[in-house]
Write a protein that binds this ligand. Structure first.
Ligand code: PMP
Length: 387
């Protein structure tokens, strides 16, 4: 069989490959990126499904519109209006099969082979994969403690016809970092001078356990802003429900056409079920519980790192989300550390797959949402002993 250049040049998910070796029950894994299953409101979803079927019958089982179930889009629009003061209408929202599908659709609509896409370095692997299928030319700008490096961003934009910028402004995957207010404003101002689409991928925004929620960089300000949201981290990832918000009507029309070619529409059963769940349950209270859980887990990991890691290893202190990013001394390789950690039955994700051009890096990602504080402490103690 002869395969397309497109797929041959797309990295397979290193993380999913790693996860395969982690099936052994005695391994302490900080490698996954999974929400804690105790956060899934299973009983409430069960009731919502029954109720949605009772109220709507065959509509849950029929083909549906590409844009998505209107009452769900109305609910999402209202939330963004109330919470962020954004002027979002249902027609500005496209319901997608997870926010991951939004990335794929955006790539299909905007990117020709060789087009310049600007990524955070390090950046979200799933976005690298989704865009890779369009064979773009990736450029990257260092992600600093408070967001993209402004000097690097300015330089790259000045010297390259960048078409698309991809950011995760809150509790970024993989670093856990959050853009400061100043950086958000400065990036907004800079990007507004160019005809560039700005993606803000925000699946973790509601999972803030420290500090104050900040306005978006582009959403509500820039014409070519694309905001992505998801129910994966707050309700369930398995039902695959995400959404894209843009006020650019022409872009929305093209995205809808791309989605028709991709899957006709997002699973309508799921859309009715989640809508019913949101209408009949205290969602905010549910999210607060997840936030409390993740705060405890993050603090356990940070305390243990403080106690057991040598001073030469630095790490981020997330204000929310699911990840901590550690940096080993210059010249050390996280890939080489991985088998040593596995001997001690601890796993993490070496930083390599989060870079579009660097290899054998000295950084690694640690997930804290899937273990008890005791297990987190023990895992970090073992990692510390190797370091
Ligand atoms: N964007 C980012 C930054 C993510 O971390 C993830 C999930 N790992 C996704 C998108 C995909 O999420 P979804 O389940 O909504 O497709």
């Amino acid at each position: 069989m002869k395969y397309s250049d497109r797929i041959l040049n797309t990295p397979s998910s290193f993380i999913r490959d790693i996860l395969k070796v982690l099936d052994a029950p005695d391994i302490i894994s900080f490698a996954g990126g999974l929400p804690n299953p105790v956060s899934f409101p299973i009983d409430a979803l069960k009731n919502a499904i029954d109720e949605a079927i009772r109220k709507n019958g065959s509509k849950l089982f029929q083909y549906a519109t590409t844009e998505g179930y209107l009452p769900l889009r109305e609910l999402i629009a209202e939330k963004y209006r109330k919470k962020f003061g954004l002027d979002v209408k249902p027609e500005d929202i496209l319901i997608t099969n997870g926010s991951q599908q939004a990335l794929e659709l955006i790539g299909k609509v905007l990117l020709n082979k060789g087009d310049k896409v600007l990524m955070e370095e390090p950046g979200y692997l799933g976005a690298i994969q989704a865009f890779s299928l369009c064979e773009p030319d990736f450029l990257s700008v260092t992600l600093e403690e408070d967001g993209l490096s402004l000097e690097k961003l300015e330089e790259v934009l000045k010297n390259n016809p960048v078409k698309l910028i991809y950011t995760v402004p809150n509790f970024q995957n993989p670093t856990g970092l959050t853009y400061s207010m100043e950086k958000r404003k400065a990036i907004r101002e800079l990007v507004s001078k160019y005809d560039i689409a700005l993606i803000e991928d925000d699946p973790y925004g509601e999972l803030r356990f420290r500090g104050e929620s900040l306005p978006y960089i582009g959403a509500g300000y820039l014409e070519n802003s694309i905001l992505l949201g998801s129910f994966s981290k707050t309700v369930t990832p398995g039902m695959r429900l995400g959404f894209l918000i843009t006020r650019n009507a022409q872009l929305m029309r093209y995205l809808v056409t791309a989605k028709q070619g991709s899957d006709l529409h997002t699973n309508i059963f799921t859309q009715y079920a989640i809508h019913e769940y949101l209408m009949s349950n205290p969602y905010e209270e549910h999210v607060r519980k997840i936030v409390e859980l993740y705060r405890t887990q993050a603090d356990s990991m940070l305390d243990a790192m403080n106690r057991y890691f040598p001073e030469t290893v630095s790490y981020t202190r997330p204000e929310g989300g699911m990840f901590i990013w550690a940096t080993l001394p210059e010249g050390q390789s996280a890939l080489e550390l991985f088998p040593k950690a596995m001997e001690q039955k601890v796993a993490f994700v070496p930083g390599d797959p989060f870079y579009v051009s660097k290899r054998n890096v000295n950084t690694l990602r640690l997930n804290y949402t899937n273990a008890t504080p005791e297990i987190i402490t023990e895992g970090i103690r073992r990692l510390g002993s190797i370091l």
